[in-house]
Design a binder for this molecule. Structure first.
Ligand code: TXA
Ligand code: MG
Length: 329
């Protein structure tokens, strides 16, 4: 592992984008904001740089990465897009959607980054800082979320710093992200498949497809076979505290992650309370989710009790991450 690195933190801007491009070209690791969460980028074609991503994060090496590109022409050099994949790309890119498509014959992404699969995950992020870095660098950048493997994803540069300072070369600080949960991943297979709910709602994708997304077969997360979306390991988004879902009351040694205007019995004496969205706005709740989980966890409660959140629109992604956080470890 590359530890003891001096991690430089630069503000977003022209100089920041140029420093990021130089660092990537030299095989370094650069954390940068996207609209979903902060990513930890490396040159997709440089297998050694990709290996450093895995070691910096402490990430299982079988877990493939998303290739980030600035435009559709660059995406099509990496993956083969059929008519349906193109329709999704045109409807939602740039944006919080990742498409898993077959690799091109001369796909430049390192085998290590695709974990030996014959498919590749691609997305065009909708963030001016990410776009400036991708254009300045001029080649694909693979980037998982910029956190220690198993922690919640970073929505601020400060989250990246607290997880990865000393392990990566550069952090570009572009302020808080807008979406707050990772991209939705769709597998462009015979029947398009929702591999991970995320920042683009299932409803909007199905409206463009004119058909429902299929679900992956039962997840193979407990055995060591290769899962379809291997990042979807059971306890992937985990604070240190236990997480208790569908809370209707809260104990004094618990912190409360609230949603909506209702107040719960015991709320006054809870160890801490944060409300994802007092107005019950699911987009606002997604944007606050990971930051609030980190903030409550920092108060070291025994448990984080979470109020019920509706399973619609971005609620599907929020509940997915919360269920993973609640898996006993
Ligand atoms: O919003 C996001 O998607 C963020 C930002 C930085 O772009 N990135 C992100 O990356 O969440 P990561 O590495 O945390 O999650 C990538 C997911 C994993 O679940 C991985 O298994 C899946 O993408 N994936 C990558 N390549 C795949 C492939 N060929 N087939 C199926 N799943 C794939
Ligand atoms: Mg992640």
């Amino acid at each position: 592992m590359k530890t003891g690195l001096e991690t430089l933190i630069l503000p977003a801007g022209e100089a920041g984008a140029e420093a990021a491009a130089r660092t990537l070209a030299a095989g370094g690791l650069v954390a940068f904001p996207t609209e979903t969460v902060y990513g930890l980028g490396a040159d997709a074609a440089n297998a050694t740089a990709v290996a450093h991503i895995y070691s910096a994060k402490g990430r299982p090496a079988f877990n493939p990465l998303i290739a980030h590109v600035p435009d559709l022409a660059a995406a099509r050099r990496i993956g083969r897009f059929d008519a349906r994949a193109l329709r999704l790309a045109e409807a939602f890119w740039p944006g919080p959607l990742t498409l898993v498509v077959p690799k091109t014959d001369d796909c430049p992404v390192a085998e290590l980054a695709t974990a030996g699969l014959d498919t590749v995950a691609v997305r065009i992020p909708a963030h001016p800082v990410a776009e400036a870095i991708l254009r300045a660098f001029g080649r694909a950048v693979v980037a998982p979320s910029a956190n220690i493997s198993g922690h919640v994803s970073p929505t601020l540069a400060a989250h990246v710093e607290s997880d990865l300072a000393g392990r990566i070369d550069l952090i570009i600080d572009g302020g808080p992200v807008a979406v707050g949960v990772e991209s939705t991943i769709v597998g462009c297979f015979e029947a398009p498949m929702l591999l991970r709910p995320g920042g683009l709602s299932r409803e909007r994708i199905e409206a463009v497809l004119g058909a429902p997304l299929t679900r992956p077969p039962v997840e193979t997360e407990s055995d060591d076979s290769q899962p379809l979306a291997p990042g979807m390991l059971a306890s992937h988004y985990a604070p240190r505290a236990k997480v208790r879902l569908h809370a209707r009351d809260v104990a004094p040694d618990e912190a409360l992650l609230a949603f909506g205007p209702a107040r719960l019995p015991g709320q006054e004496t809870a160890a801490a309370v944060m409300n994802l969205s007092p107005a019950a706005d699911l987009d606002e709740a997604a944007a606050n989710l990971f930051g609030y989980l980190r903030a409550l966890d920092a108060k070291a409660p025994k448990t984080i009790a979470v109020m019920a959140i509706p399973e619609q629109d971005l609620g599907e992604a929020i509940n997915d991450r919360l269920r993973r956080a609640a898996v006993a470890r």
